[in-house]
Structures are given as structure tokens and as C-alpha cells.
Design a protein around this ligand. Structure first.
Ligand code: PEP
Ligand code: MN
Length: 341
């Protein structure tokens, strides 16, 4: 349930309500809006109901949150949208964010080349996997820690914050030390211990929709991160598996407006993995912006033909600036604010 405080309720009154909630073993998540403070209460419904919070000083009213996800629900923020600030680069609300980089970190040279190209074009964040979820155990699995060191070097040189994937609970410290945003891949969004650990780091989390995950599944995954007190979660539509085989996955762009109705969290789109083909990335990026997405994450490579993985879907680094100009026009038309870096 959700405790809505009165306008002007004092911090002591908010604190007193949170303490009473916690006294019965439930969690209190305080969200301070412009006008009112709301306390999301997660825990045993009956114990909380017995507290009779309606009569407490500073409380305006108490409402049930009907969705199974509480902290992620749009209702929890009373219509306000979450804006995530990653070292001054924002996503959500009015802000559109572009994240670009290789599928996997391959070598110092190719990573730095890509990082410079996407930075010069105006992308906000650099992506690149050091740990890769590969369908075949015989495929390249990523450079691991050496990849994290290269990402740090790319950040030091270009200033671009890093998005990189966490696949295993055992790597959480190392990944969290390098990542400015921890990516949880499509194959892992129902790995609940991984979600919990990612939440505990306090580092913003990018959650990719699973290949056969419903929007509710995705939102429940986000709830695992949020319940750890980590409010910085962005959701990513990256294509789902359907009967269609003409492209890699089916990009479910309806998910964008529908998620934005259901949740206050930013919603971004990954057209690269859905399309599997470079020529489809621009049209689907434009469509994502038109659908109201808060950003895109795309794969880029200086020499896609030589890429170790996902080369066919990687934008050429030397054509990236052109791509971004067109995407920015679409985002502007959709009412988004672009960010000068
Ligand atoms: C990736 O971003 O490189 C990736 C493997 O994505 P997904 O988890 O969506 O397949
Ligand atoms: Mn990839």
C-alpha cells in the first residue's frame, strides 16, 4: 500500500510513519515529490493494516497499490517520472539518452576508436560487454576483468560513463566498480539473486526484457532491484521471440507507451539486437523515438565485418554521427530534450 502524506507534513512525521511500518517487519520506501511525500509500504498486508496508519500525524490517506509490482508502479510516484542522472547525463522524463558501443570489448584499439567516434557524435554513454552471455559455450565469452580495465581506460580518455553487463553474482564487486550503469541481460532478468545483488550496489541498473518475458515479468524484475533501495532502474525493450523468422527478434514497440503508462521508470529501446541487421537499426530507432522512448542503446563498431560478435547489426562507427543526427530530429519531434555533452 501507499501512505500519502499531507502537503507540508514534517520530516519527523514522515520518519515516524516509516518507523511504525518497519516495526512490523515491512519496508518503507519514502519518495519525496514536489508537493507531497509518499511512503510505499511493502510487506505483510494484514500487519500493516493493523497499524491504522490513516490516523497518524501528517498522514493524508492510505491507498492500496493493486499491481503486483509496487515500487515500480506509476501510482507510486503519483504521475511523476523517474529521471536517472548518470554523471550529469540524464534519461527519463524529458530527457533522451543515447548509449552506443560495441557488443563486446575486443581490444584496446577498437574500443577506443568506437568510444571516440560515439563521443564526438554526441552519444551520452559507452556500452560494451566484458562478460558476454553467448548461446554457444564455444563462442567468445568476453575478456572479463581485462575488458573492465579497457572500459575504464575508454572512460578516462573520452569521459563517457560506462554501461556493462553483470552476468554472475560472483563478479558483482568488479563490475560495480567499473560500471556507471549495470546491464542485466535478457537471459538474466529472472535471475532473482543477481537482480538483488545488482540492486544492492546502488549503481543504476539497465534491465533488458527477456526473450519471452511479459511486461509484468519485466516490471517484477525491476521490483527486485527497487526493493533494495536502488531507485535508478531503466527498462529496455530489445525484441521478443515470436514465430517470425525474417529478423532476429520482434521489436515490440507497443511496450514503450504501455510501460510508460504502467511505470514511472525510464524506458529505452535496443533496436540492434531485435533487428540483427544494421540497415534496420535507423528506422527502428526513429520509430522508438516516435513511440516515446527515453533513449536507445545501439551497437557500433569501427569494422563490423571483423567484429567478434554481433557484427551484422553493428552500425559503422564512421556513420554513427549521421545516424545520431537523424535520431535526434525524431526525438526532438517527440518532444524530448537533447543533451549537449
Ligand atoms: C547485449 O547487449 O550485447 C546483449 C547480449 O543483449 P541481450 O541481453 O538483450 O541479448
Ligand atoms: Mn550484442
Amino acid at each position: 500500500m501507499m501512505v500519502v502524506m499531507k502537503e507540508g507534513a514534517s520530516p519527523a512525521e514522515v520518519e515516524a510513519v516509516a518507523e511504525r511500518v518497519e516495526s512490523v517487519g515491512a519496508q518503507a520506501h519514502v519518495s519525496r515529490g514536489e508537493l507531497v511525500t509518499v511512503i510505499g509500504v511493502v510487506g505483510d498486508r494484514e500487519h500493516v493494516a493493523n497499524l491504522g496508519l490513516e490516523g497518524s500525524p501528517g498522514v493524508d490517506h492510505v491507498v492500496p497499490i493493486l499491481k503486483p509490482y509496487k515500487l515500480a508502479s506509476a501510482q507510486f510516484k503519483k504521475g511523476e517520472r523517474t529521471v536517472i542522472d548518470v554523471e550529469g547525463r540524464k534519461v527519463g522524463g524529458p530527457y533522451f539518452m543515447t548509449i552506443a558501443g560495441p557488443c563486446t570489448v575486443e581490444s584496446r584499439e577498437s574500443l577506443l576508436d568506437t568510444a571516440r567516434a560515439v563521443r564526438d557524435a554526441g552519444a551520452q554513454l559507452l556500452r560494451g560487454g566484458a562478460y558476454k552471455p553467448r548461446t554457444s559455450p564455444y563462442s567468445f565469452q568476453g575478456l572479463g576483468e581485462a575488458g573492465l580495465r579497457l572500459l575504464e581506460e575508454a572512460k578516462a580518455e573520452t569521459g563517457l560513463p560506462i554501461v556493462t553487463e553483470l552476468m554472475d553474482v560472483g563478479d558483482v564487486e568488479g563490475v560495480a566498480a567499473t560500471a556507471d550503469v549495470i546491464q542485466i541481460g535478457a537471459r538474466n532478468i529472472q535471475n532473482y539473486s543477481l537482480l538483488t545483488e545488482a540492486g544492492r550496489t546502488g549503481v543504476p541498473v539497465l534491465l533488458k526484457r527477456g526473450l519471452s518475458a511479459t511486461l509484468d515479468d519485466l516490471l517484477m524484475a525491476s521490483e527486485y532491484v527497487l526493493k533494495e533501495g536502488n531507485e535508478n532502474v531503466m527498462l529496455c525493450e530489445r525484441g521478443i521471440r515470436t514465430f517470425e523468422t525474417a529478423y532476429r527478434f520482434t521489436l515490440d514497440l507497443l511496450a514503450v507507451p504501455v510501460l510508460k503508462e504502467l511505470t514511472h521508470l525510464p524506458v529505452i529501446v535496443d533496436p540492434s539486437h531485435a533487428a540483427g541487421r544494421r540497415d534496420l537499426v535507423l528506422p527502428m530507432s526513429l520509430a522508438a523515438a516516435a513511440a516515446g522512448a527515453d533513449g536507445v542503446i545501439v551497437e557500433t563498431h569501427p569494422e563490423p565485418d571483423k567484429a567478434i560478435c554481433d557484427g551484422p547489426q553493428a552500425l559503422r562507427a564512421d556513420g554513427f554521427a549521421d545516424y545520431l543526427r537523424q535520431l535526434e530530429q525524431a526525438a526532438t519531434l517527440a518532444g524530448k530534450e537533447l543533451q549537449a555533452v
